[in-house]
Write a protein that binds this ligand. Structure first.
Ligand code: DGY
Length: 427
């Protein structure tokens, strides 16, 4: 008997469940990752609400006292992954990495409440103080100068590890001369041609060394760390999450929280203008140490509609560029403009398609009436999974599945997209 793709997707979620939290995929990523876990909750929420809430709750159990939710939670030591807790040395319990990741949690909690009942609202209410503390951390630690533009301290914080967006900041990093020999584990699990290059790993570890040596002092990392760049992905995901947090606070009657959240939204709305690159006619990443823009459109910048960022004219311009990009590829939406010189269709975030980013892009486009573009991205996402399986990412030129297999968030997005619940609503 052939199992439906949604049945297979649910089997993947269950197989990657380690008891209250889900790993992105066995071996390659054997721990709990922040935004992977939030998307796992989204997938579970269509079939097992209690399990979905547990996923978010275990993620927030690892929240730092200052409000940060770290990007990896090392619940047990696993030699299949490098760099593990001994390299990060964050001295927290459970051990974690030292920076965060795209803060999608509030948006996913809001989706669960929208489709849920009173018991979902009660669980969201219980989480609300932790969600607010997480957003407050982002708005202070990652905008320490109050400019309305969020910085990231490590490319891994963007979740888009080796995107050409980060080449500007990475090229300026002087590699620490005492990193010592180290052995990457990722390239034992996945073809190295689909993973970041060795020179990038040296720089990733140089930033971790700086963080470790300053005791993961976030003010110091932002002011003097080796890397400090603005990411339209983080900016737009937090903007959307702030709006969803506001809706949550209103839904549970937490009116005291509302003015602070409204101020955050207004501040980020203003800050977005500093990410508009007139040469590219698009929102772009920017090196905050030099003011230099990254040159090309990315899938993360295509979250402008999802965030409600920019003017209507800017969003229309983004949609026009997106139509051109979509015509350049067999499947949408690539993580780097295929006409950009750094484009590599198979290498991680330098070209491949990511189902979770597609999910957010199509949702935002549909909400803003860009129906044809939204439908193309949704249809392509489902077609890629039907053709190549539940892979970590996909080649936009051939549709080949790449990276890890039986991937949690790809399975979760299949469940979400194939349900009727992703109907457009006004932003
Ligand atoms: C990795 O190890 O490749 C991860 O993306 C870091 O978060």
């Amino acid at each position: 008997m052939t199992r439906s793709l949604d049945d297979q997707a649910l089997e993947i979620l269950r197989a990657n469940d380690r008891g209250g939290y889900t790993v992105p995929t066995a071996r390659l990523y054997p721990y709990q990752w922040n935004w992977d876990s939030a998307f796992a909750a989204l997938g579970f929420s269509f079939v097992d609400r209690d399990r979905a809430w547990a996923e978010i709750e275990t993620l927030f159990d690892a929240q730092w006292p200052d409000g940060m939710v770290p990007h990896i939670i090392f619940r047990r030591n696993d030699p299949d992954y490098f760099p593990g807790p001994d390299i990060w040395q964050t001295n927290v319990d459970p051990p974690t990495s030292g920076h965060s990741q795209p803060p999608v949690a509030s948006s996913i909690v809001y989706e669960m409440v929208e489709r849920g009942d009173a018991s979902d609202l009660a669980r969201a209410h219980a989480l609300l103080p932790k969600l607010i503390a997480y957003h407050r951390w982002f708005h202070t630690a990652r905008d320490h100068q109050g400019t309305g533009v969020l910085g990231i301290v490590h490319p891994w914080e963007s979740g888009r590890d080796n995107c050409p967006d980060w080449d500007l900041g990475m090229d300026r990093i002087e590699i620490a001369d005492d990193l010592g020999p180290y052995q990457r584990r990722d390239i034992g699990h996945v073809d190295p041609a689909e993973r970041p290059q060795p020179a990038q790993y040296d720089r990733y570890l140089t930033i971790i060394k700086f963080g470790r040596e300053c005791g993961w002092n976030h003010a110091e990392l932002a002011r003097n760390g080796p890397f400090w760049m603005a990411d339209p992905g983080i900016q737009f995901i937090l903007m959307r999450a702030d709006r969803d947090l506001l809706r949550l606070a209103q839904a549970v009657g937490e009116t005291a929280a509302i003015p602070e959240i409204e101020a955050w939204i207004a501040h980020l709305e203003d800050g977005c203008q500093q990410l508009w690159n007139p040469d590219a006619g698009a929102f772009c990443a920017k090196d905050l140490r030099t003011g230099t823009f990254s040159p090309c459109l990315t899938n993360a910048a295509m979250l402008a509609h999802y965030a409600g960022a920019g003017t209507e004219g800017q969003r229309q311009r983004m949609a026009e560029t997106a139509r051109r990009v979509v015509d350049d590829v067999a499947f949408a939406f690539p993580s780097w403009d295929p006409r950009g010189s750094a484009f590599e269709s198979r290498r991680y975030w330098r070209g491949p398609i990511w189902a979770v980013v597609n999910y957010m892009i199509q949702k935002g486009l549909a909400e803003h009436g860009e129906t044809r573009l939204a439908d193309r991205i949704k249809t392509d996402t489902l077609a890629l999974i039907a053709r190549s399986g539940f892979c970590e990412y996909f080649d936009p030129l051939t549709g080949d599945g790449l990276g890890g297999r039986d991937f949690t968030w790809t399975a979760a997005i299949h469940i979400a997209l194939s349900s009727d619940a992703t109907t457009a609503r006004a932003a």
